[in-house]
Design a protein around this ligand. Sequence first.
Ligand SMILES: [Zn+2]
Ligand SMILES: [Zn+2]
Length: 215
Amino acid sequence: MLFDLHTHTEISPCGSLTIGEILANAKRLGLDGVCITDHDVMEAGRHVREGVQADGLVVLIGMEYATQDGDFLLFGPYESLAPGLPAREVLGIVGETGGAAVAAHPFRRNRSVSEFVMDSGLCRIMESVNGRNSSEDNERAKAWREAYAPHLTGGSDAHTLAELGRVTTRFSVSVSSRAELIAALNAGLCRPEVLRAENIFRPGPKAVFPKAASF
Ligand SMILES: [Zn+2]
Ligand SMILES: [Zn+2]
């Protein structure tokens, strides 16, 4: 199943994508599922019924949690999780509560993830392709792929409809609930997949996407 694992709605201060736009367009864009990961809140769950929609689209609620040591996509029972906790504490909570944490865009300039979270084993899943990253920032994730062999995901990081589904995660198992998503992520039954590579890179002399084999 093909998911956009990283999307922001207008609930995020920086987002303009609406839940209605996700519901109306995701299937058309080739997606089987969308995870809504607004910044530090899971409020989208109050506006859409989580799970399988009438047309078969799976909508699941997570969040992108900001720390001084990087941003993490969190999936689990974190509706009441206080914002602003240190990465070490948040990742500890995720481990204790059976959730899943993905190091988001680990090499993005100004929002990079501190290496200790991978080195310590606190985080074992990495977003190796992000639709808002430069190709260079995505390429730099290769060093951690080789050093730590984390499970890998991709996500568009969409803040607008035009970005939805550009970069996705392919699951090799069926995912229709938050619990199934967490299990699949933690088991590594996932890999990044770029649906519309032409969109994800800023114009520039090196705007060439690496071969899929190098993800
Ligand atoms: Zn944002
Ligand atoms: Zn994001």
